[in-house]
Design a protein around this ligand. Structure first.
Ligand SMILES: NC(=[NH2+])NCCC[C@H](N)C(=O)O
Length: 302
């Protein structure tokens, strides 16, 4: 049980290092003003941030996901592994269920973490530029929001986070299980690592594509009020205003950067988790087939 959590920790840290710059570009594109857009597209956004804020500008707000995502991945892989063991049978339906359960539970940490990350990524840019720097760092951001708005304030965007993460993590684990089985990721396969990286990357892309509109609305609700003025009354008001002003394409804002990030991040995460579990279980002398729980028989937890 602890092994799943430890594997998730390691995989999470690997993923954050690889993917945070892409996430910063995603949030800037999702939230920028449509009347006075700062960035023409993904590459221009990357280029502008590096030119105006140095490469470090791409890593703004990494503190929160580095602490949060490492812990979140420990929860995700720990919960998924244990729910699979409790469900007893390793079926595609149970893969989806166990992943969805993990996705819903990790929202407790994910929502406040992404609120801080989003605000730090936007601070000092675009329409938020004129405002004095509100937050020193991610933790200061959460403390100030809590002091001003209480528990409700640090859970702003929780419903959209649940709407995004619960199905997305079901698809995440279902896709990985399907691809690792289809590709035949066996320990003695000399192409096992490239196959694990491919399966992990594609699982990340499938999961982000599945609920991306919810992510756009979540980012907008969590950014709302950074400049001091609340633009949205709630989820439906945010959807209606966004559609009225920008049409359905609003739900593809930042998608390129998200998918560019999703592949390497989740390739690193899943491959790290799988190889760590495989190594540690080999160290423990493996697990006799008859004792193997459903998750142990999965290629994803070799
Ligand atoms: N919203 C999602 N698609 N969640 C599933 C993938 C989560 C993964 N930790 C990432 O950051 O890419």
């Amino acid at each position: 049980m602890a092994l799943d959590f430890a594997a998730g920790c390691l995989g999470g840290a690997a993923g954050v290092l690889v993917g945070h710059p892409f996430d910063t570009v995603k949030v800037r594109l999702q939230v920028q003003s449509v009347d006075k857009p700062l960035y023409r597209g993904t590459f221009h956004c990357f280029q502008s941030i590096v030119r105006q804020e140095s490469v470090l500008g791409l890593f703004k707000g990494i503190g929160s996901p580095m602490m949060g995502l490492t812990f979140i991945n420990a929860i995700v892989f720990g919960v998924q592994g244990n729910v699979m063991r409790r469900l007893g049978k390793d079926t595609p339906q149970n893969q989806f269920l166990a992943g969805s359960a993990a996705g819903a539970i990790q929202c407790v940490v994910c929502c406040p973490m992404e609120l801080a990350k989003t605000r730090m990524q936007l601070q000092g840019t675009g329409e938020y530029k004129s405002k004095k720097r509100l937050y020193k760092n991610s933790l200061d951001c959460l403390v100030r929001i809590y002091q001003k708005e209480g528990v409700r304030g640090i859970n702003r965007g929780m419903l959209t986070t649940l709407m995004r993460e619960t199905p997305a993590f079901g698809i995440y684990f279902l896709t990985y299980d399907y691809l690792t089985r289809s590709l035949g990721c066996d320990p003695d396969d000399s192409y096992m690592i490239p196959k694990l990286l491919f399966a992990g990357g594609m699982s990340g892309i499938a999961s982000w594509l599945s609920t991306y509109p919810a992510d756009v609305i979540k980012s907008r609700l969590q950014a709302d009020g950074v400049g001091g003025v609340n633009q949205y009354k709630g989820i439906m008001d945010c959807v209606q205003q966004s559609l009225a002003k920008e049409g359905w394409r609003v739900f593809t804002r930042g998608l390129t950067s998200t998918l560019l990030r999703a592949f390497p991040v989740n390739a690193a995460t899943f491959a790290t988790v799988t190889l760590f579990l495989m190594y540690m279980r080999a160290e423990e002398g493996g697990v006799k087939e008859c004792e193997a729980s459903p998750t142990m028989q999965q290629p994803s937890s070799l």
